[in-house]
Design a protein. Structure first.
Lengths: 1102, 427
């Protein structure tokens, strides 16, 4: 059936903020969907609260709503836009849940709007465990066997049947409390006894353990004619027990015979049919017992998933794009294969290469968190690599992580074999390297298998890599054949150098002298059977290259690598925009990146895509290959975050032209002494500061400039190790904790700054072309200085800064941009304390806030920056209409206010004892994503941002208040207002006393450390939170030394998903918002805001 | 670590790919072809259709799951030579009882590894399948010219009859493994074990006959149906098999052919066959079943194909009544199936028995079983009885699809009860 004519407008639901488990892969899928639908002439209405995404760019939809994704807001949008259909399968679980809510509240029926992609019944069948279980059994497959036990005796009987180990899950306990594995009858009795006690229904579920089984995923698509294809098989190198998002995975599956694979395929097709997905895709996870091949179906997702993004990049088959076409009625055989153009999409891609994905973790940000990998996903990003064999793909993927120690190494002695095997038995970040060291230490494949249950084939590949390393490290001459051997197993020049006692540069020179250079192969979906028309390349040390010559002017754009805290989708936004702008300007754009979740690694985005690690070696080889034809104009490094920026010097030294701000100019901003010089010339001041390489030196500096001080290691990202220190003992404690991490020392001094208490922090993004400054936006932080800018909420335009203050900020930015010699983007952070404007830092690159500025004010500064980098002036960009004449330095009074709020992952992380990690904000960034609220004024916009970030503020109920002494004065007015608004006030005794003296009656609640339940049976605050008797928690900690204070309160609030305010500034904003939201939210699309802006401008000019 | 011995793959156009010796040492000559399946190397190398060919696997890692006794498709390895990029160093599978490398050595199959297999694939795609040779051991030391001359002196696939090489020499009988509905005579032109298993599982006693069986010998068995298998070689060089088939069709016996069997049905019906530039060898090929409008993902292994009008119904030039193309490949429009409308005969160019490959087309064995049953109950079609002519596939397409403007050159006879069973999915 061709396209449905009855669908002329579609509401696409996005996935909201980036959180662990749901990242920018949904920006990729949503962007594809929006593009496809518009190409098909469908009017696209989009809702997504995440401003950092590419999909929320106003160019991708007809009406873009950056609004909270709730069924109420969606109903308002439906009422206004009256779409024919809703597409909820491309926005992750968030969109699917929203669709279920819309169904349950009768909204779909009320407005006669159809769910496309998957209907309600299909979603329900996939999500309801009981229905799904039956459906799997009907398909002739198996699920894990389980029994419910009500007594210990029953449990023992069942255990006889299931065998040990088995999984115990008490029913209806929170967050998996009391669940675990029992390996012996004794453990079973203890755990079941506890479990029965903890379970409110006195029952425990006993389940067969499939821990250690092989794990696989299939990505399937099906159309209305029942044509079904398996797009990709993915094998998890880490066996069952580690979430697939945290596993090293490989595509295609490498350890299945055809019989076993076809069995999975048959089961998969039966399931997608039975669930009833007939206009889209699904993902099915399987476990296989390595001993006898028994297959168990773990789960299925009736939607596009993280794995589908990976599968799309791995195969060249664009699942989201095809899913969108199926959703509007096309059949698979009516859709052409993008890459070959002549064959249809109704086929199954075949690969002549291997794809490996490795997860990127951020445990260093949460030192208290248990780094054991479990069935709860904990990684914050991933890198993918393509190689002609597994060893190459694995080594490329590991170096793509850009993390010390993530690659295999052969330094020193490996350590004790048994100790290493014991460590490897517990899955953690970096286990693969432990395995490699254990093998170096003499462990056999069998021993490693016993310890890790990783398939012996994958272990042997590491044995192979070690053998090649031995060969490289031998006395053999480093000649062409040895280099080729090393390169055919993915060794980097750095690794070869380490094995030979040479520098990376020396290895490279030797390699060049022998002419050992990579060729570039093509991802073509068909293993070379048909010519590929899409230049999607990866390197290999094979014989024949497939890079086609072109006579065009080329610009290389370096992406930002795997997502991590501090560097995520917002950098991809800038890279993609640069690519679009330069392509429009007639350049051939060449993207290099290794993050499979992104839009930048969509082969549709740039003229050419190289899926390669962002290391100097890999990037130089791409540039070399592309320099063989046409004119290499240069490389853009300032949009891909620290990853790309970090390569600038090396590239320049290798003779590559860096576009925009030069590496020397970047140094001016990074190097403290040089930067001070620029400030001196401009008459600007920074907080008093100094540097130290050890504790003694740091104390001297701190005493000289005065406590509190802000300490941070140099050359780190996202505020790693950045803390506010109030006294010398705390400083000593800081050094103890940083000890051994190798981040402070000679060459890497600790920066010590005077910390500005109670200062207002300001961020500015601007363009500079050498003569003119163009302001993107001036943002006022809501939290006071000292909270990392990535974690603090901010407002655009500023809501408490005067015109004169803003003018000073703009002037200072101009002076700094001129001093550094910026060509392109600059971000400067300021603080205003006691009337003095301090410069905190300047970054001559795209910042995290570039997309926020673009959405809030409609200024395409990433696009403009890329054109400035190739020589255009701001004036010419204004004249050509690319930039509006009025920049973001002054925003008219009747303009909307946009608020950015950070989203934090505390709930994901638990300590070894199972407690939630502390959730106080600090100078080290820990948020994973952000949302935007936009409305006519600040309270409304702030309320929207809170709704989008965590479900919003309550309008009634009870508020618990417990604050540090320094904050007691500041809480009186906001708490009074909350009481007037009808909230009941609860407080600890100290805070209650102050409130009472100010005429605010508060109910006194016991502190947690006064005992969980007192002898009188009076509950503590933690009890009340756990019993859902509290609706809002306000708790400010009193400095780091007293950090434990209030910890249990905050942990309980996070566990219960309560709004939690740890700063007074947030509280003030929240109080104003409570009133604003009583009547619900109004919505307006970015396109409508743009029209209003143009009208205002016309009035202004007229 | 293991030291590599040199080996070289030489194509008849003179291109050379130096790599490592793999499997047996020595030389192998044959037509170089590439296979794109990512699973099923054991089924592939034991598929008799690959006799006389040097098979290159486009998937880089081969041998990971070793070899076992259940997965071979015949009694031995048939590929003349084997080309892989990264042979597995170990075996990892619970069913494995040996390594692929050892088996190649035992059966004397000369292979090569460690070459740019994608470069070779692209060469074959652009220049077409070529004669080729693998040289290792002492043969690796031959001069480049000597090696090239040896390759160029090898046999061309066109015009080659390889059936005798792969067929059984004496009849083998496999009893039905389900409730018996009759018997089928299988002409073994290189039949795969899976095919025999599926036929037996449809309630047919299977008589596997040598490829040189005579019509008298075949009819003496009084089979209820006849099946022509897949196999190697040029169908234009198999006139005896074509004549035998024409005799079967004149008898009105139900006929089903796969792959080579499809080409021979085509020739028996009077159609031409031709050599494809580089063939279809993979397990991901989209084939449209024109009767249902559904796409099947299918296993392919063919270098030749039947030439026939793609649209509508045409007359068999050999006088077997009306015929239509039942299946086409969506990648390149190659004819993938024939359906005779006036006699009980059909065939497909691809492999419903899969192995290796997806099971999407397995229903064709049901279709065959149903044809055998309806033929026995007397409702069959034969040339002498045209009155019971069934409703043609094209008619069905026209009524089932409102957008069908398909060209039907001949007025359709009024729909009678269909001889085509409804598709039943089997596992």
């Amino acid at each position: 059936m061709p396209k449905r004519e009855d669908i002329t407008s579609v509401l696409v639901i996005g996935s909201g903020p980036i959180v662990i488990g749901q990242a920018c892969e949904f920006d990729y899928s949503g962007t594809q969907a929006c593009r496809v639908l518009r190409e098909e002439g469908v009017r696209v209405i989009l809702i997504n609260s995440n401003p950092a995404t590419i999909m929320t760019d106003p160019d991708f939809a007809d009406a873009t709503y950056v609004e909270p994704i709730t069924w109420q807001v969606i109903e308002t949008i439906i009422a206004k836009e009256r779409p024919d259909a809703i597409l909820p399968t491309l926005g992750g679980q968030t969109a699917l849940n929203a669709a279920i809510d819309l169904h349950n509240h009768g909204i779909l029926e009320k407005y006669d709007v159809e769910l496309i992609g998957a209907n309600f019944e299909a979603i329900n069948k996939g999500e309801d465990r009981q229905i799904f279980k039956q459906l799997v059994i009907d398909a002739g497959a198996d699920v894990a066997r389980s029994h419910i036990a009500h007594t210990v005796g029953e449990a023992i009987d069942f255990a006889e049947d299931l065998g040990y180990p088995l999984v115990i899950r008490p029913s209806f306990t929170m967050g998996g409390l009391g669940s675990g594995f029992a390996y012996t009858p004794a453990e079973l009795i203890r755990m079941v006894t506890d479990g029965l006690h903890q379970s409110p229904t006195s029952e425990v579920l006993l389940e067969e353990s499939i821990l250690g089984w092989k794990e696989y995923e299939l990505e399937l698509m099906r159309d209305t004619a029942d044509n079904t294809v398996v797009v990709c098989s993915i094998e998890n190198v880490d066996p069952v027990g580690v979430h697939t998002g945290d596993s090293i995975t490989v595509a295609p599956a490498l350890t299945l015979t055809d019989r076993e694979y076809q069995n999975l395929r048959d089961i998969g097709i039966d399931i997608i049919r039975a669930v009833g997905v007939d206009t889209g895709g699904c993902n099915i996870q399987f476990a296989i017992d390595p001993a006898d091949g028994r297959v168990i179906v773990i789960e299925m997702n009736p939607r596009v998933s993280r794995s589908s993004a990976l599968a799309s990049k791995a195969t060249g088959f664009p699942i989201a794009k095809i899913a969108a076409k199926l959703a509007i009625g096309y059949r698979l055989d009516e859709i052409p294969n993008d890459i070959t153009k002549v064959t249809p999409a109704s086929f199954e891609p075949t690969l002549d290469y291997v794809v490996v994905k490795v997860p990127r973790f951020a445990f260093e940000k949460f030192p208290a968190a248990d780094p054991t990998l479990t069935t709860t996903m904990k990684s914050v990003g991933e890198a993918m690599a393509i190689g002609r064999n597994y060893s190459t793909a694995l080594q490329k993927a590991l170096r793509s992580l850009e993390k010390r120690g993530s690659s295999f190494h052969w330094d020193g002695e490996p350590g004790d074999k048994d100790a290493l095997l014991a460590i490897a038995a517990v899955p953690t970040d970096g286990r693969i390297v432990t395995v490699q060291q254990a093998l170096r230490a003499g462990a056999t494949i069998e021993e490693v298998f016993e310890s890790t249950r990783i398939d012996p084939w994958f272990i042997d590949q590491i044995v192979l890599i070690n053998e090649v390393a031995d060969e490289i490290g031998s006395f053999r001459p480093l000649d062409a054949s040895l280099l080729r051997l090393a390169k055919d197993h993915g060794f980097s020049d750095t690794q070869i150098g380490a094995l030979r006692g040479l520098s990376e540069d020396e290895v490279r020179r030797i390699r060049y002298a022998f002419g050992v250079r990579p060729v570039f192969k093509t991802v073509d979906t068909c293993a070379g059977e048909f010519p590929a028309l899409t230049p999607y390349h990866y390197s290999s040390y094979d014989q024949e290259t497939e890079v086609l010559p072109s006579g065009r002017r080329k610009v290389v754009i370096l992406g930002s690598g795997p997502n991590r805290i501090g560097q995520g989708v917002e950098f991809d936004y800038s890279c993609v925009h640069a690519s679009f702008a330069l392509s429009d300007a007639g350049y051939e754009t060449i993207m290099i990146n290794c993050n499979p979740e992104t839009v930048s690694t969509d082969y549709d985005t740039s003229d050419r895509l190289y899926f390669e690690p962002l290391t100097l070696e890999d990037v130089l080889e791409v540039i070399h290959a592309e320099s063989q034809s046409g004119e290499m104009v240069g490389v853009i490094v300032q949009l891909g975050g620290q990853t790309a920026l970090g390569l600038a010097k090396g590239l320049k030294a290798a003779g590559v032209t860096i576009l925009g701000t030069t590496p020397e100019a970047i140094d001016l901003a990074e190097e403290r002494g040089l930067f001070q010089g620029i400030l001196d010339v401009a008459g600007l001041v920074a907080p008093r500061n100094g540097t130290a390489v050890d504790y003694r030196g740091a104390v001297a500096v701190a005493e000289e400039i005065g406590y509190p001080v802000l300490v941070r290691p140099s050359y780190v990202l996202g505020g790693r190790g950045m803390e506010i220190v109030y006294d010398s003992p705390s400083l000593a404690d800081y050094f103890r904790r940083m000890d051994g991490q190798g981040i402070i020392g000679a060459g890497h001094p600790l920066l010590v700054d005077r910390f500005l208490d109670d200062a207002i922090e300001i961020d500015i993004d601007a363009l500079y072309d050498g003569t003119e400054l163009y302001v993107g936006g001036v943002m006022e932080h809501i939290e006071e200085a000292g909270i990392h800018s990535g974690d603090s909420s901010c407002t655009l335009p500023p809501v408490t800064l005067g015109r004169e203050q803003i003018a000073r900020v703009v002037e200072a930015t101009h002076a700094i941009a001129r001093g550094i010699g910026v060509r392109g983007l600059i971000n400067v952070q300021f603080a205003i304390g006691a009337g003095v404007l301090y410069v905190l830092e300047a970054n001559p690159r795209a910042s995290r806030t570039v997309p926020f500025v673009a959405k809030a004010l409609g200024l395409p500064i990433a696009k403009a920056a890329s054109l400035i980098m190739v020589g255009r002036s701001i004036r010419s960009l204004v004249e050509s209409g690319m930039l509006p004449a009025a920049d973001g330095s002054h925003v008219p009074m009747d303009s909307p206010v946009a608020v950015k709020e950070a989203v934090l992952p505390f709930k994901r992380f638990r300590t070894k004892e199972g407690h939630i990690v502390d959730s106080v904000l600090g100078p080290e960034m820990r948020s994973t994503g952000e949302v935007m609220g936009i409305d006519s004024n600040f309270p409304k916009a702030f309320a929207k941002s809170q709704e989008a970030a965590y479900g919003g503020l309550p309008t009634k109920g009870s508020v618990f208040v417990s604050v540090a002494d320094r904050d007691k004065r500041a809480i009186i007015l906001p708490v009074l207002r909350l009481q007037q608004l009808g909230f009941e006030i609860l407080a600890t005794i100290g805070t209650a006393e102050i409130l009472a003296r100010n005429g605010i009656a508060a109910r006194v609640v016991r502190k947690y450390d006064q005992g969980e339940v007192s002898s009188e049976g009076e509950p503590s605050i933690v009890d009340l939170i756990n019993r859902s008797e509290v609706d809002v928690v306000i708790n400010t900690p009193s400095g780091r030394s007293a950090r434990v204070d209030g910890y249990e309160i905050r942990a309980a609030a996070v566990a219960a998903d309560l709004p939690l305010f740890t700063t007074i500034a947030q509280l003030g904003a929240a109080v104003a918002s409570v009133e604003a939201i009583r009547d619900g939210f109004d919505v307006k699309s970015l396109q409508d805001y743009a029209i209003e802006r143009a009208e205002r401008l016309a009035v202004l000019v007229g | 670590m293991t030291r590599f011995e040199p080996a070289v793959l030489v194509l008849e156009d003179g291109s050379r790919y130096a790599g490592h010796a793999y499997g047996a040492r020595g030389r192998s000559l044959g037509e170089a072809v590439f296979a794109t399946g990512m699973t099923g190397y054991q089924e592939t190398i034991t598929d008799p259709s690959y006799a006389g060919q040097i098979v290159l696997m486009t998937a880089p890692h081969i041998g990971n799951t070793g070899v076992n006794d259940e997965d071979p498709e015949s009694r031995r390895i048939w590929v003349a030579g084997f080309v892989v990029r990264d042979p597995s160093r170990i075996v990892s599978n619970f069913r494995a009882n040996g390594s692929l490398d050892d088996q190649l050595v035992e059966q004397g199959v000369v292979g090569i590894s460690g070459i740019d297999t994608r470069a070779v694939t692209r060469r074959l795609r652009d220049a077409g399948a070529m004669r080729s040779g693998i040289f290792s051991g002492t043969d690796a030391a031959l001069s480049e010219n000597e090696q090239l001359e040896i390759v160029r002196a090898g046999a061309q696939m066109s015009g080659l009859n390889l059936s005798a090489k792969v067929s059984v020499t004496e009849q083998v009988t496999i009893p039905a493994t389900a409730e018996r509905i009759g018997s089928v005579a299988v002409l073994d032109l290189g039949v795969k074990d899976s095919t025999l298993r599926y036929l037996a599982a449809r309630g047919l006693d299977v008589y596997v006959l040598p490829q040189d069986v005579t019509a008298q010998e075949l009819f003496a068995l009084e089979p209820d149906a006849v099946f022509y298998s897949n196999g190697p070689g040029d169908p234009a060089a198999s006139d005896d098999h074509v004549e035998l088939l024409q005799a079967v069709l004149h008898e009105g016996l139900p006929f089903f052919g796969i792959c080579f069997g499809n080409q021979l049905l085509g020739r028996a019906l009077g159609l031409r066959t031709y050599k494809l530039p580089f063939g279809h060898r993979g397990i991901n090929q989209p084939v449209l079943d024109r009767a249902t409008g559904r796409v099947e993902i299918t296993a392919h292994n063919h270098g030749f194909a039947v030439e026939a009008p793609r649209e509508g119904v045409f007359e068999s030039p050999a006088g077997f009544g009306r015929v239509e193309v039942s299946h086409v490949n969506l990648n390149d429009d190659v004819v993938e199936g024939l359906n005779a409308l006036d006699i009980p005969a059909f065939s497909v160019q691809y492999h419903p028995e899969a192995a290796a490959g997806p099971h999407d087309a397995n229903y064709l064995f049901d279709r065959f079983r149903d044809m055998v049953i309806s033929n026995r109950s007397g409702s069959s079609r034969s040339l002498s009885d045209q009155s019971g002519s069934s409703r043609s596939l094209s008619d069905r397409i026209e009524t089932d699809r409102d957008d069908a403007a398909l060209d039907t050159p001949q007025a359709a006879t009024p729909p009678a009860e269909t001889a085509h069973p409804t598709d039943t999915e089997s596992k």
